[in-house]
Design a protein around this ligand. Sequence first.
Ligand code: SAM
Length: 249
Amino acid sequence: MSAVKSGVRRLLGRAGFDIVRSTDSRGGVDDFIPFEATIRAAQAAGLSVGDYIDEIMNGTPGTTQSTIEELRALDVFTADPKTVLEVGPGSGRYLEKTLKECSPGRYEIYETAQPWANYLVDTFGVVSQPTAGSSLAPTPDGSVDLVQAHKVFNTVTFLCASRYFFEMARVTRPGGRIVFDVMTETCLGPATVRTWATQGGTGHDSYPAAMPRRTCVDLFETLDCSLEASFLAQMGVASTEVLVFRKKP
Ligand SMILES: C[S@@+](CC[C@H](N)C(=O)[O-])C[C@H]1O[C@@H](n2cnc3c(N)ncnc32)[C@H](O)[C@@H]1O
C-alpha cells in the first residue's frame, strides 16, 4: 500500500467504513467519511469513490463487486428492472455498480446524509426522496422492480430496520425483488462472535446490529415475499448475509 493510501487510512481511523458514527445515532455516513475529504482522497488515489471505500477504507478490495456478481448470477439485473429504489446508498458504491448492470428509467434513493445524497443526484441522475425515520411514503405501492439496501440494516436499530422491511415490501411490485443484507445467526457462530468481541473495534450505538434470519424470512412471507436465495458478504471483521426476496406475481 502506498504512503498516501496508508496515511489516509490512518487518518480515517477505525477498522472499516461499516463502523459509522452519526449525530442522530442512525449511522449517518457523513460524520464518518466527510463528503469533500473522501471525494478528494479518492481522486488522489486514482480510484472511484466506491473502489476507494472498498480498497482503502475497508481494506477489502472487490467486496462490493462480489455482491454485485452474486446478484447478477441470480438474474436480479437481467430481470431488467425499470425502477430501482435504494435505502442508504451512502457514497453510491453499490448504486454505481448496479447502474453498470442494468438501465432503470428511475432510481430513487432514501439517504439521510444530505451531502452524499446531493452528490448521487448530480453524478448519477437519481431521485433523492425526503428521508425520515424508516418511511418510503413518497413512493407509491407496488411501483418498484428492485428495492435494495446494502450495509444499512447492520448499522441501524432493530425498529428502524423492521419498519423499513414493511415499507420495502409495500413499494415492491408483484414479481419484483427485494435485496438487503443483515447480520444473521448464519454470520454469528461462536468463533465469529469472539472475533467481533476482540477485534471489532469500538462500534457505536447500533453498530454492529444483528437481525435473526428466521425473523426476516417469516415476516416477508406474511408480506407475500418469498426468499429466493442468500449468500454471505464480507462486512467489518466478519460478514453479513444477503437475502434476496421475490414478491409473488
Ligand atoms: C454503513 S453506510 C452504507 C452505505 C452504502 N450502502 C455502502 O455500503 O457503502 C449506512 C448508510 O445508511 C444511511 N442511513 C442511516 N440511517 C438511515 C435511514 N434511516 N434511512 C436511510 N438511510 C440511512 C447512512 O447515512 C449511510 O449512508
